[in-house]
Design a protein around this ligand. Structure first.
Ligand SMILES: [Mn+2]
Length: 351
């Protein structure tokens, strides 16, 4: 069932030999799974793909890297290499600005760029853009591309990478984007031999004791506001060090805090360094948190968004929380009993 016009993407892939593949900063299972699937497919049909990310591979995804396909960008190591590519494919991200320092460097080149994404907004200049916010994960689009481009390439390795993307972006098939289409797609991939229990263990049951110590620490210092509807917490470098953890290990903390009863929005303020704070927003679905992320120059989905601010952690808190409180206020106005249910639904979508 083809939904998108892949012809331009196909012709660029056909013409290119050396193909650079990248995804967003702080990559998740969807970005990495999409990269791995496309990499293996292109390799199989005789292309020379190369995956280059601006962040290191999170430890829970090492199982996707048996063939050492993931490279972490460093100017020293890769600057020369960048001029050797014919094509750039950006997956699970809207454009170069989501690729951190690598994106900045690539903006000096005139590399034809293809964007395959399921996030709203922010699609930079590209020769081909396939964006569909209806699909559960970017891997669903990559799968559709492969079906069109070279259906015979599908195998267990590719299906496994695709499955990882869908499993993680749907929160193991429990978030709002867990549709019948998503589950059918997962079923197709399982038929190639993917073992869901094994993949789940790799991704979710391989946390280091240090990460759990850090989680324990932050859970004791959650700030609740608005009758617990808003929960926010800080993660400082000092806390990370004290737990013996590394910064990448905070992934998933915000979802964990969102899971508390009554919490509608959870926010993590993560100290990256002096004057650099990363924010993760998670919403249970009633409030669209990507509006706030966008207001500060970030992006994401209504239920999962993020932004990196050039402020220290306290400045970030002071700047962002008032905007989040406004989001709650506006939704409370909409929830006034004077409004009909239809109107309420409509207004809620516009927040
Ligand atoms: Mn995604």
């Amino acid at each position: 069932m083809q939904k998108h016009d892949w012809n331009i993407v196909k012709s660029h892939l056909e013409q290119a030999r050396r193909i650079l593949i990248s995804t967003h900063i702080n990559p998740d299972g969807d970005g990495l799974g999409a990269e791995a699937a496309l990499y293996h497919a292109l390799k199989k049909i005789g292309k020379e793909p190369f995956i280059l990310n601006c962040s290191v591979l999170p430890p829970e995804y090492i199982f996707l890297n048996k063939e050492n396909i993931f490279n972490t960008y460093s100017a020293d190591k890769h600057l020369q290499l960048l001029s050797t590519f014919d094509l750039l494919v950006i997956l699970d991200a809207g454009g170069l600005e989501r690729l951190g320092p690598l994106g900045k460097q690539l903006s000096n080149y005139t590399l034809p760029t293809i964007c395959i994404d399921h996030h709203p907004n922010g699609n930079g200049p590209a020769v081909a853009v396939i964006v569909d916010t209806e699909v559960a994960a970017a891997v669903c689009l990559v799968s559709e591309l492969l079906e069109q481009f070279s259906p015979q390439v599908f195998d267990k390795t590719i299906a496994e990478a695709l499955y990882v993307g869908l499993m993680t972006d749907t929160g193991s098939f429990r978030f709002e984007n867990t549709t019948a289409a998503a589950l059918r797609q997962a079923a197709d991939w399982i038929e190639y031999g993917v073992n869901p229990a094994e993949i789940y263990r790799f991704v979710y049951e391989s946390y280091s004791p240090a990460r759990m110590r850090l989680l324990g620490d932050i859970l004791q210092h959650i700030n609740f506001e608005l009758d617990n509807r808003l929960a926010w917490f800080k993660v400082t470098k000092k806390q990370i060090e004290a737990a013996g953890a590394v910064i990448e290990e905070v992934d998933g903390f915000t979802e964990f805090v969102r899971s508390i009863q009554g919490v509608e929005i959870a926010i993590m303020f993560l100290e990256v360094r002096e004057k650099r704070t990363r924010l993760n927003f998670r919403s249970k679905g009633k409030l669209s948190i990507n509006e706030v992320a966008r207001y500060f120059g970030g992006g994401g989905h209504p239920n999962a968004a993020g932004v990196v601010l050039d402020m220290n952690i306290e400045e970030s808190i002071a700047a962002v929380l008032p905007q989040v409180r406004v989001l709650f206020q506006n939704s409370d106005v909409i929830e006034s009993p004077r409004l009909s249910q239809d109107k309420e639904d409509k207004d809620e979508r516009q927040i």
